[in-house]
Write a protein that binds this ligand. Structure first.
Ligand SMILES: Cc1cc2nc3c(=O)[nH]c(=O)nc-3n(C[C@H](O)[C@H](O)[C@H](O)COP(=O)(O)OP(=O)(O)OC[C@H]3O[C@@H](n4cnc5c(N)ncnc54)[C@H](O)[C@@H]3O)c2cc1C
Length: 418
């Protein structure tokens, strides 16, 4: 696409989470006229606000694994475990579970791992490009991330470590002594661990998102606080976005509404099996000095990140859709787990529920819609949407600008569900 064509071309992005903000910024840098639309102020309540803040370029092994099916029943029954189900949502979830199970073969697991690795490997350089233009001092730490475990379920650890080795992911196995040296305040319940030294973490994901958003506005981008109801198409196939009170016409549009994207993709006639893995956080104010980097206790499937808000305790994969309310049981589970590692913790504050957007093969959807040549998608980045914000922004903006890429993007196409 020529520079002139870009400057005349208008793009509407629906959703101002990390995906929408990064796509908008990449497009405005290329010279497009960009309008970002969200029903809320950017960074207010979305997954992009409340996540664990990990930049995890190593995390290519999906939860779709042959061994997960054996583990699920005991995980669901355990009160300290990471998995939960809101039973009223089970009937709606069954078709998704069936697709998920089909993707747990070794072959499909490796397919996902390979194509997650393809984009995860580019995730940090893509952020570095965006961070050149904003001040992130004090907001991004480069101390790596530690996972640790007890002697239980060691087989799963071996599988993950071997796949990462095969993909060339940098990892350093840790003895209990080494974990203690790195993080001396954690109660010594662990038998082993791993350090991903090239991982980073955000000390305040919301602030980073807002700095990227402010840069987008400074570069001439436009924001509309509107709830999108419907997308229709003009006679020449251009998207027309209808909100509560307005209509907007663009040359091209992008759906980047995270877990809420399905409402819009269903409506444009594409049945994409997007659902949500609900997750929670609580904060313990003033305790961030207890950790130098994020840690994840794998047996209980939760993590703790030192942030500006204090220690952010994050976890749970809960299947329960977008409408069920926050579960006090899951909040209690996080508090108890945090106090198991740090008995000195006092009162928590903030009880947050967020929605990871997840496809049953644990690959995101990025690319053109099946039915409309001027409609693009970027959603479904599940546990890694924060890490993948900048690289997805770069990829989707490149597709809109009709640029060539060396990447194989077909594994991310929505056509895989046909
Ligand atoms: C507990 C938890 C911990 C996590 N930890 C990490 C982590 O450490 N590292 C990592 O990489 N990822 C993590 N994730 C995943 C990551 O947060 C998400 O994948 C990512 O934030 C998704 O970004 P998004 O922009 O696609 O969606 P969102 O952040 O959900 O943003 C979607 C936006 O769309 C807007 N919207 C929706 N519908 C409409 C509509 N109809 N009209 C207008 N606007 C609309 C919403 O208001 C929202 O602002 C975590 C997620 C959770 C829940």
């Amino acid at each position: 696409m020529s520079e002139d064509a870009k400057s005349k071309s208008s793009v509407g992005i629906i959703g101002a989470g990390i995906q929408g903000v990064c796509i908008s910024l990449c497009l405005i840098k290329k010279g497009f006229k960009v309008t970002l639309i969200d029903r809320d102020e950017p960074g207010k309540v979305s997954a992009s606000y409340g996540n664990a803040g990990h930049f995890s370029p190593y995390a290519s092994v999906p939860i779709n694994r042959p061994d997960i099916l054996v583990d699920v029943p005991s995980m669901l029954l355990s009160s300290t475990g990471p998995l939960a189900l809101q039973w009223n949502y089970l009937p709606k979830m069954i078709p998704w579970f069936i697709k998920f199970i089909k993707n747990c073969s070794k072959k499909n697991m490796m397919h996902t791992a390979r194509y997650m690795h393809q984009i995860l490997d580019l995730a940090l350089p893509a952020y570095d490009e965006l961070f050149q233009d904003i001040d992130v001092s004090g907001l991004v730490e480069n101390n790596g991330i530690i996972y640790f475990w007890t002697n239980k379920d060691l087989k799963s650890r071996e599988l993950e470590n071997n796949i990462r080795k095969e993909l060339g992911v940098k990892q350093q196995l840790l003895t209990p002594h080494e974990i203690h040296d790195l993080e001396p305040h954690i109660k010594k319940i662990y038998h082993g661990g791993v350090l991903y030294s090239n991982a980073r973490h955000a000390r305040n994901p919301k602030k980073i998102l807002l700095r990227l958003f402010d840069l987008f506005l400074k570069k001439g981008g436009h924001f509309e606080k509107q709830n999108v109801q419907k997308i229709s198409f003009s006679s020449d196939n251009k998207p027309v976005i209808k909100t509560n009170s307005k209509f907007y016409s663009f040359d091209k549009a992008v759906i980047a509404c995270g877990a809420f994207s399905k409402k819009l993709t269903d409506q444009v006639g594409e049945k994409i099996p997007l659902d949500t893995e609900r997750g929670y956080h609580v904060h313990f104010k003033g305790h961030d000095h207890l950790l130098s980097r994020p840690v994840i206790f794998l047996n209980r499937g939760f993590g703790i990140t030192p942030m500006e808000q204090g220690l952010r305790v994050v976890g749970t994969v809960e299947f329960g859709g977008l409408e069920n309310s926050i579960s006090k049981k899951r909040i209690l589970n996080l508090i108890n787990n945090a106090k198991y590692l740090f008995p000195e913790l006092g009162e928590h504050y903030d009880e947050w529920l967020g929605f990871r957007p997840t496809l049953p093969d644990s690959l995101p959807v990025m690319g053109l819609s099946r039915n409309h040549k001027n409609l693009f998608y970027s959603f479904g980045h599940h546990h890694l949407g924060w890490t993948l914000g900048a690289i997805s922004g770069k990829i989707v903006a490149g597709l809109i600008a009709e640029e060539n890429t060396n990447l194989n993007l077909s594994p991310y196409s929505s056509l895989r569900f046909d």
